[in-house]
Ligand binder design. Structure first.
Ligand SMILES: C[S@@+](CC[C@H](N)C(=O)[O-])C[C@H]1O[C@@H](n2cnc3c(N)ncnc32)[C@H](O)[C@@H]1O
Length: 180
């Protein structure tokens, strides 16, 4: 299985497009107050919507199941989704306010569950309501990782790749031993 939490695709407004990958993880800050979470030399590749679609195709070709996090407007970049993919919603009421009048308080997760029976696993809601913590922009709380695993149909024999570790929160949760 794989968990992919890449930098966000660009934000598209009426008059302009604002890069978010190179802004928050590269060297393309948009104002003096921008504080990148970390720095990756190839962050700018994620400012190209085609790179996101290529990632989704790679995930489908390589893994039995995967989950890919993106903001609400990022869903447009990934559509059409592969048959069997499901859009789930993480509601984070303490999301960081931005300059826009409408404050985005949720993030989408495209889930492509592993093809296996749900018997014995139980039913998993496609909405998680929990706060976002930590100082790293984009860090995921432990509950998020457990929710993603449950939706993917994770079983203890699976290996799970955390493709964009960032703060390390997701990997730490995967490694702590008791996942479900
Ligand atoms: C949304 S964050 C991941 C957050 C992580 N899930 C967590 O819980 O902290 C995206 C990460 O991708 C990294 N990144 C940026 N460009 C990349 C690239 N070309 N290849 C791999 N990782 C990249 C960023 O530096 C950042 O650490």
């Amino acid at each position: 299985l794989a968990i992919a939490d890449p930098p966000y695709p660009p934000a598209i407004y009426r008059e302009r497009t604002v890069p978010r990958a190179s802004r928050w993880y590269g060297q393309n800050q948009q104002s003096a107050t921008d504080r990148p979470a970390d720095a990756h030399p190839d962050a700018a590749e994620w400012d190209d919507p085609a790179r996101h679609r290529a990632l989704m195709a790679e995930l489908t070709d390589t893994y039995d199941g995967w989950a890919l996090a993106t903001p609400p407007d990022g869903l447009e970049v990934y559509r059409p989704l592969p048959p069997g993919a499901h859009v789930a919603v993480w509601v984070k009421l303490n999301s960081i306010p931005g300059p826009a009048r409408i404050r985005s308080c949720w993030e989408a997760v495209i889930v492509y569950p592993a093809r296996r029976s749900s018997r014995g696993i139980g039913v998993v809601p496609d909405v998680l309501v929990c706060g976002q913590g930590g100082r790293f922009a984009g860090a995921k709380p432990a509950r998020w990782t457990r929710w993603i695993l449950a939706m993917m149909g994770h079983d203890p024999t699976d290996t799970v790749a955390d493709l964009f570790p960032g703060s390390g929160e997701v990997t730490a949760e995967l490694n702590q031993g008791r996942l479900l």
